[in-house]
Ligand binder design. Structure first.
Ligand code: GLU
Length: 517
């Protein structure tokens, strides 16, 4: 009889020792895609056995980053199911149950070697220039002796009785991967304080959660043979493995903060769109064309094949991400871009204090993101736009679309629409250095004030006439008007900007600027 098709069950198992690093986020994403593509089941498990480094705060962060990425899990924190609980600290009784099983079948043995004895072994190995592997000294200890020493209160650990020979496992990207068992020897699964080790916990979790495919970073390859030994000792089916290449910076070093943002929330606070980050995390290891930039998560599920991932290191290039983000923004319709901008500007606190946020944004998106993160960790509530701010954002969205790579670019370019006109020293100097600026500003104010219909098609020809009429170079006319209306040199299109301001405000601003000269 043919075997029933295997049910695909995957898990993403981050350790809550900090925020969700982009490399881990990518592992979560691949697990999600693989599960959904194969009508499988996706479990989120929290590997918090390292108590000294795990925090509840980090768990909340991981949960919220996963949600922000749209990676809903079928089972896990806040979604209990048949395999609960999902934190390793809550699964201790299960580990001990399995340990009992392994002790019962003679696969584990008690080891009484002291740290000093082990250190002596290690030093001897070092002196002979060979890698140290536990000698197996306690392997053959008669059961009664072990019992007597335990009863006498001697500290002991439990070690796996690793069979001689080789361990082979199948990796979906690499094919068979083979390790000589001598290279790791009888390893510890339970420490002398009774706590269990990572390799045991992972295997017990994967077995008891019926995991069919283990998709994780390739830094875990060297743990895998030990884990396979445990599966085999338990008589459990060994899952398929897919070890993903880690993320590296453009300098080929492991991706870290040195390379810029490695945290989803920081990237989104800098004005990257989560859709783009998600797509980039997939495309950085695949051929892609521009039509794929706008892919949704469902598109990724439908079209992105995790099994085609290569095994060479994946290079994360922030400049490519920025380029892709710009492309994505340009593909958005007016309404959607307006919504995204509104959401973003709300998050960064722009509507509360446009001028202050503008100062931050002018210092660069990173400075802005740092301030946002500070406010978020202090749980400062975000303030949505009032009606006028909302209207302005919507009107401006299509006018800035071509000029933005990240949403944060909106602020230095168009923030001035949201506050009264202000001239810094530099703006005044520039205005003074612009030939005939006073005359241009005054004349523009007069002609614009007389305009009966306030429309871009009417504003544009009037302004275009000015150079000839005043005998001033067009470049100087445009520069004076741009500076005069905004107090800065970079703005959305001149005619559109004047139109957005409205006649009274536009005329008022140009007159105010003229009076400065
Ligand atoms: N907790 C491990 C990590 O964050 C993952 C281990 C696994 O997926 O097996 O790297």
């Amino acid at each position: 009889m043919a075997e029933p098709p295997q049910k695909i069950v995957v898990r993403f198992a981050p350790s809550p020792t900090g925020y969700l690093h982009l490399g881990s986020a990518r592992t979560g994403l691949y697990n999600y895609i693989f599960a959904r593509r194969n009508a499988g089941h996706f479990i989120l498990r929290i590997e918090d056995t390292d108590l000294s480094r795990s925090t509840d705060e980090a768990i909340l962060q991981i949960v919220s980053s996963m949600r922000e990425m749209g990676l809903e899990w079928d089972e896990g924190p806040e979604a209990p199911g048949a395999h609960a609980p999902y934190r390793q600290t809550e699964r201790q009784p299960i580990y001990h149950e399995y340990i009992e099983k392994l002790v019962g079948s003679g696969q584990l043995y008690a080891c009484f070697c002291t740290p000093e004895e082990l250190e002596t072994e290690r030093q001897a190995a070092q002196a002979e220039k060979r890698a140290w592997v536990y000698s197996g000294k306690c392997r053959a200890l008669p059961a009664e002796d072990a019992e007597r020493r335990r009863a006498a209160g001697e500290p002991w650990t439990l070690r796996m009785r690793v069979p001689p020979g080789k361990t082979v496992f199948h990796d979906l990207l690499r094919g068979p991967v083979e390790f000589d068992n001598d290279t790791f020897g009888d390893f510890i699964v339970q420490r002398s304080d009774g706590t269990i080790t990572y390799n045991l916990a992972v295997v017990v979790d994967d077995v008891s959660m019926e995991i069919s495919h283990v998709i994780r970073g390739d830094d875990h390859i060297s743990n895998t043979p030990k884990q396979v030994v445990i599966y085999e000792a338990l008589g459990a089916a060994v899952p398929e493995f897919l070890h993903m290449p880690l993320l590296f910076g453009t300098d080929k070093k492991k991706l870290s903060k040195r390379h810029g943002a490695t945290k989803l929330e920081q990237l989104t606070a800098e004005g990257f769109l989560v859709d783009v980050v998600r797509n980039y995390l997939c495309f950085l290891s695949a051929e892609f064309d521009e039509s794929m930039i706008a892919w949704t998560l469902d598109d990724l599920v439908e079209k992105f094949d995790v099994l085609k991932l290569g095994t060479s290191a994946s290079i994360f290039d922030p400049e490519k991400l920025r380029w892709m983000n710009g492309r994505f923004i340009r593909q958005l319709g007016d309404v959607e871009l307006g919504e995204r901008l509104e959401e973003y500007l709300t998050r960064v606190g722009f509507y509360r204090e446009p001028a202050a946020v503008e100062v931050l944004a002018k210092a660069g998106p990173e400075a802005l993101a740092a301030a946002v993160e500070g406010a978020e960790s202090a749980h400062a509530p975000a303030l949505p736009p009032d009606e006028e701010q909302e209207g302005l954002t919507r009107i401006l969205a299509p006018l800035v679309r071509e000029k933005m790579d990240v949403l944060a670019d909106f602020i230095p370019m168009a923030g001035w629409f949201f506050r009264p006109l202000a001239f810094g020293d530099e703006a005044v100097e520039r205005l003074q250095a612009t030939p005939s600026a006073a005359e241009v500003l005054r004349e523009a104010a007069v002609v614009l004030a007389g305009l009966d219909v306030w429309a871009v098609e009417r504003i544009e020809p009037l302004v275009r006439e000015l150079p000839q009429r005043l005998g001033v170079k067009p470049k100087a006319v445009f520069a004076a008007l741009r500076l005069g209306m905004s107090g800065q040199s970079v703005t959305p299109g001149l005619f559109e900007s004047l139109w957005v301001l409205g006649r009274d405000d536009a005329v008022g601003r140009l007159s105010t600027a003229a009076a400065l000269l």
